[in-house]
Design a protein around this ligand. Structure first.
Ligand SMILES: NC(=O)c1ccc[n+]([C@@H]2O[C@H](COP(=O)([O-])OP(=O)(O)OC[C@H]3O[C@@H](n4cnc5c(N)ncnc54)[C@H](O)[C@@H]3O)[C@@H](O)[C@H]2O)c1
Ligand SMILES: O=C(O)CC[C@@H](O)C(=O)O
Length: 526
């Protein structure tokens, strides 16, 4: 049975799903060196933001197949190291969207009405109403930096509260911003005009210290900043100074450059600063959502199925996966088959996606073909994550073409590989019930399901040849499960495709090619 390590607190709903397929160990609060010591036993690691999954931990995770981040941000995972090692990294892109948006809105209102400090004063036994006169958000301008999932929800609620909406997001169209009631502006205009600035962007080299002393100097003295995105997008020292000097009115932060927050000048500031300990995703609903979302993906990957929100398998989003899932196995089988026919050292793979597969969305099928192609060399070390890198490093050139006009089947895949045994081509499709059919081999039409042990011959179409091959295999005690001949013209060249119950004993291929009329013979194991 597989083993899963859960190293941060995860909702029980997720643990229950993992327990269907694996032994689950929940060990939270591990030090990095403790994690390095034990990670080698586990097939999967499930985390939140508390565990930092470094290169060292990944390299020690020799059995790891998947790292599941119960949340959005994967900046606490060395995704490049995981990719190199063929480990799928998945997240839950939407499970905590509402929770994070509502936290940002709660921070904005709390900051405007001094709720945390007013609450603390009443609890101390005071009744001070003068110190806590607030500001309304109605008719004020909110500047939303990052108009993705969370930013969009913030926009919808802020609009309903009667706010004027500005947004800065260089990757969002003006139409999308307008749909959300936002005026798309540049960052300079946003910081100059907004009464509230709320950040909903990832932390990247471009966004690190996006809010720095220069930006802060452009803001109004009444401006309040909210960061429920990622620590480090704001320069915390510059922020504290700007608030102390009255250059801006305040800030509400849920995330910090270093977490847990250590020594910080932000701590000593008064009611103009609100700090929460990375609570954006901490609602019961969000924790159930992300736990279920990520646990289901870990379960699927441990069962050999693809994950719907893998961050290191490009193009394999949930909608695409739904459509392509049945074809992924077809592509892998064809890759494995053509790789063996071409003789291992493949230099060139042509992938032609045909019929309804001839769209850009089908790119993951190219990756699946490569995974199949490399299976003989790498076995379970190759997967959807590292197949392209492995192929590139082996010098395999990949040419992708698409042909929507080929409509023999709804969708079909044609692979042609050139290797040490020459160039071979195979085409396959799916039947209505999802069963795989090999439909063409080296230009000869066939119609056979793939099987574990297969034998392919190229021969002259003439009487007696099938009987001779059958007798030869019989003399080596090899049982034929099924056999089909494909030919283009009568008494011309033909191929024979045999499914065998047993592997071919060593040396028999050369015997087969001695049968008069048989020119070539190939065996494959799928
Ligand atoms: N505090 C929490 O607990 C918590 C919870 C959930 C998410 N988050 C964080 O919130 C952030 C937003 O999450 P999301 O789900 O909305 O992500 P998202 O991917 O849906 O949206 C991010 C948006 O930022 C934009 N963007 C990227 N680079 C930009 C740049 N340089 N300048 C301006 N815009 C840029 C993108 O175009 C995108 O529209 C992430 O950092 C995520 O990790 C925090
Ligand atoms: O795990 C958490 O609570 C925080 C999650 C949040 O930062 C995220 O990126 O999804």
């Amino acid at each position: 049975m597989s083993k899963v390590l859960v190293s941060d607190p995860i909702d029980q709903a997720g643990i229950d799903i993992l327990s269907q397929v694996a032994t689950v160990d929940v060990k939270t609060g591990l030090k990095p060196e403790e994690l390095v010591k034990i990670i080698g036993e586990y097939d999967a690691l499930m985390i939140r933001s508390g565990t930092r999954v470094t290169k060292e931990i990944i390299e020690a995770g020799t059995q790891l197949k998947i790292i599941g981040r119960a949340g959005v941000g994967v900046d606490n995972v060395d995704v490049a190291a995981a990719t190199r090692q063929g480990i799928v990294v998945v997240n839950s892109p939407e499970g905590n969207t509402i929770a994070a948006a509502e936290h940002a809105l709660a921070m904005m209102l709390s900051l405007s009405r001094h709720i945390p400090d007013a609450n603390a004063s009443v609890k101390r036994g005071e009744w001070d109403r003068k110190s806590f006169v607030g500001a309304e958000v109605y008719k004020k301008t909110i500047g939303i930096v990052g108009l993705g999932k969370i930013g969009s929800h913030v926009a919808a609620v802020a609009k309903a509260m009667g706010m004027k909406l500005l947004a800065y997001d260089p990757f969002i169209s003006t139409e999308r911003a307008e749909q959300l009631g936002c005026q798309l502006v540049d960052m300079d205009l946003l910081v100059q005009q907004a009464d509230y600035i709320t950040l909903h962007i990832p932390k990247t080299p471009e966004t690190t210290h996006l809010i720095n002393a220069t930006m802060l100097a452009k803001m109004k003295p009444t401006t309040r900043i909210i960061n429920c995105a990622r620590g480090g997008i704001i320069d915390e020292e510059a922020l504290a100074t700007a608030i102390k000097e009255g250059k801006i009115a305040g800030a509400a932060l849920d995330v910090f450059e270093s977490e847990p927050l250590g020594e910080s000048s932000l701590r000593s500031l008064g009611k103009e600063v609100i700090l929460t300990p990375h609570l954006g995703a901490s609602t019961t609903e969000a924790q159930v959502n992300v736990a279920i979302d990520v646990a289901e993906q870990i379960r699927d990957v441990l069962l050999g199925l693809p994950a719907r929100s893998a961050v290191n398998i490009p193009g394999l989003g949930p909608d695409v996966l739904e459509e392509l899932k049945p074809y992924m196995q077809l592509a892998e089988t064809l890759g494995n088959l053509v790789g063996q026919l071409a003789g291992g050292r493949v230099e060139l793979l042509n992938v032609r996606l045909q019929g309804e597969l001839a769209t850009n969305k089908s790119q993951p099928l190219v990756v699946a073909s490569l995974k199949g192609l490399l299976f003989q060399a790498l076995r379970e070390r190759v997967n959807y994550v590292n197949a392209s890198i492995e192929a590139k490093e082996r010098g395999i050139r990949v040419i992708e073409t698409r042909d929507a006009a080929i409509k023999d089947y709804a969708g079909s895949i044609h692979l042609e590989a050139t290797g040490s045994l020459g160039t071979h081509a195979v085409t396959g499709a799916l039947l209505g019930d999802g069963e795989i059919r090999l439909t063409n081999l080296d230009g000869f039409p066939i119609n056979v399901p793939p099987s574990h042990h297969m034998l392919f011959t190229v021969h002259r179409d003439m009487p007696g040849i099938i009987g001779k091959l059958g007798s030869l295999l019989g003399s080596f005690n090899v049982n034929i499960a099924s056999m089909q001949v494909g030919r283009k013209i009568v008494r011309g060249d033909a191929v024979m495709v045999l499914s065998l119950d047993d592997p071919l004993p060593d040396g028999i291929l050369s015997e087969i090619t001695k049968v008069p009329g048989i020119r070539d013979a190939y065996t494959v194991t799928l």
